[in-house]
Design a binder for this molecule. Structure first.
Ligand code: NAD
Length: 258
């Protein structure tokens, strides 16, 4: 208890799945939490239940980031942690890519993360007492091993990994005490897969495909990813920046089946 005592945290895509688990975990450890999401109904419900503050946010819209982060600063006078978690699944394989869908995917998974780093990082530079903070970008195991089935998703998550390193080094070389790291979850049981679970057959096929990626033989639990975010949000990770934190049940450790 108390690992985030006194810290002000903002989580994007906090209304569901991994983001929701982070909202709950950060509050358990003493943080004051605000979160943004496009799902206002679920956001309001989670805010009521947890005491976190919900702010409507489409991460692809820069002016909405300005309003959300400005509102956190106005309420609390500082910002210590930003988790860029909002994301969607992708485009399918190359031959069937629809350009509108591709652009929307990049706007959310890639531009949305950059905007969170930009506005979160600027707010952290305004913190009383000097620049300080931790930015955590949710990438994926798909940044490390690509999926043939989803060209766009792998591309956006690879971009998030590389963007994280650039931002981290930029801050560090300027002497700013703002860290930036990425988390790479393996398949984790969240509503992101709901559209692929429409029938019993589809459900079974999806679980089979997901479990083949995990030597541990099970899906991750959202809290297991939230625990990594908690470590990176806390001062326990004070010497880590620009790094990739894999939480995937061993999935990126060996070639499939070998
Ligand atoms: N679940 C997994 O297996 C897994 C694995 C690796 C990486 N990830 C990544 O973790 C992150 C969270 O995924 P999840 O599994 O919790 O999914 P989820 O669908 O349960 O939650 C995603 C949340 O993001 C919100 N969101 C979507 N578009 C948004 C936008 N434009 N602006 C603001 N909010 C928006 C959704 O409303 C939802 O609340 C994503 O970036 C995803 O790519 C998930």
């Amino acid at each position: 208890m108390g690992r985030l005592e006194g810290k002000i945290a903002f989580i994007s895509g906090g209304a569901s799945g991994l983001g929701e688990a982070m909202v709950r975990r950060f509050i358990e450890e003493g943080a004051t939490v605000a979160f943004g999401d496009v799902d206002s109904a679920r956001g309001a419900q989670l805010a009521d239940e947890t005491g976190a503050r919900f702010l409507p946010l489409d991460v692809s819209q820069e002016e909405q980031w300005g309003v959300a982060i400005g509102s956190v600063e106005a309420a609390h006078g500082r910002l210590d942690v930003v988790v860029n978690n909002a994301g969607i699944l992708g485009t399918g394989p190359l031959e069937t890519i629809d350009l509108e869908r591709w652009n929307r995917l990049f706007a959310i998974n890639c531009t949305g993360v950059m905007l969170g780093c930009k506005h979160g990082g600027l707010a952290m530079q305004r913190n009383p007492g000097g620049a300080r903070g931790s930015i955590i970008n949710i990438s994926s195991n798909a940044a490390i091993l690509a999926t043939a089935a989803d060209c766009g998703y792998s591309a956006t998550k690879g971009a998030v990994m590389q963007m994280t390193k650039s931002i981290a080094v930029n801050f560090a070389r300027r002497g700013l005490a703002i860290r930036c790291n990425s988390i790479h979850p393996g398949p984790t049981d969240t509503p992101i897969f709901t559209p692929w679970r429409a029938t019993d057959e589809a459900n079974a096929a999806l679980d089979k495909a997901l479990l083949e990626m995990v030597p541990m033989g099970r899906l991750g639990k959202p809290r297991e990813i939230a625990n990594m975010a908690l470590y990176l949000a806390s001062d326990e990770s004070s010497f880590s920046t620009g790094s990739q934190f894999v939480v995937d049940g061993g999935g990126t450790s060996a070639l499939a089946g070998m």
